[in-house]
Write a protein that binds this ligand. Structure first.
Ligand SMILES: Nc1ncnc2c1ncn2[C@@H]1O[C@H](COP(=O)(O)OP(=O)(O)O)[C@@H](O)[C@H]1O
Ligand SMILES: [Mg+2]
Length: 239
């Protein structure tokens, strides 16, 4: 079943066409990868889906409900949450308090502090950060901060989670663990992920389908194998 339906989305910043007529659907329970060089429009697309950026044309529908034009907090409560490429936790409060804030903000009906705390602890557990709960968020390693970003997205109760370069800057071992965490999460929490990643091995391994963007233009969509063999993709990536 389709969870996300993007039709004809375009977005310009001044003279730059960040997205040109982008259309695709994402199946519930799948991992959908986005690839493209720096400036291809990947983060802009996440911004459009999560409501931070208004597209010039086109529509975004989540479970058949059109969400284009809704505010980020409304979209979050409907069930979509994203991480940011540049991690931005509340550095001066604990790891646990960070996820409690997200749980209070999000889609799940965590009305009381106790419920939010429980949802927050479960999210930390899910990403392997339970032991760091009482640490200040600013004291985490980069890998820890990336995991906290994911935990914050999970704590909102989101069903669709957009992950923006959560493996960037990690060591090969940390990347391997992150791949394991994401494939576990997908099944244990029945989540749908969209993944922006320059770590090609991880993107290919995790994704069911991949959309390749070149300067905002969709050039190919398909399984990892199809993308790896696509002539347009090979031309853009390897000249
Ligand atoms: N807020 C903005 N204002 C102006 N230009 C922007 C803004 N956000 C993105 N862009 C431009 O849009 C293009 C796509 O950017 P982005 O979506 O961040 O690409 P990616 O995430 O694929 O690297 C780039 O040329 C970038 O400079
Ligand atoms: Mg980006």
């Amino acid at each position: 079943m389709t969870i996300l339906d993007i039709q004809g989305v375009s977005k310009s910043f001044g003279g730059i066409k960040a997205l040109s007529n982008v259309s695709f659907t994402v199946d519930e329970g799948s991992i959908f990868g986005l690839m493209g060089a720096n400036g291809a429009g990947k983060t802009t697309l996440f911004g459009v889906i999560a409501g931070q950026i208004k597209p010039n044309t086109g529509s975004v529908a989540f479970r058949k409900q059109v969400i284009t034009g809704k505010r980020p907090d409304q979209i979050c409560r409907i069930g979509i949450s994203r991480t940011f490429q540049i991690v931005r936790p509340f550095a001066g409060i604990s790891v646990l308090d960070n996820v409690i804030v997200s749980a209070l903000y999000g889609a799940a009906a965590n009305n009381t502090h106790a419920e939010a705390r429980e949802a927050g602890l479960a999210a930390l557990e899910a990403v392997g950060l339970a032991d760091a709960a009482s640490q200040m968020a600013g004291e985490l390693t980069l890998s820890g901060q990336k995991r906290l970003e994911i935990a914050r997205a999970l704590a909102t109760g989101a069903e669709l989670v957009l992950l923006d370069e959560v493996m960037a800057g990690l060591t090969p071992t940390e990347i391997e663990r992150m791949v394991e965490t994401l494939s576990e999460l997908r099944h244990s929490r029945n989540l749908t992920f969209m993944l922006v990643e320059h770590v090609m091995g991880a993107l290919m391994q995790l994704s069911d389908r991949i959309l390749a963007l070149d300067h905002g233009v969709p050039i190919a969509i398909g399984t990892p194998t199809e993308i790896a063999e696509n002539e347009e993709v090979l031309k853009v990536y390897f000249g």
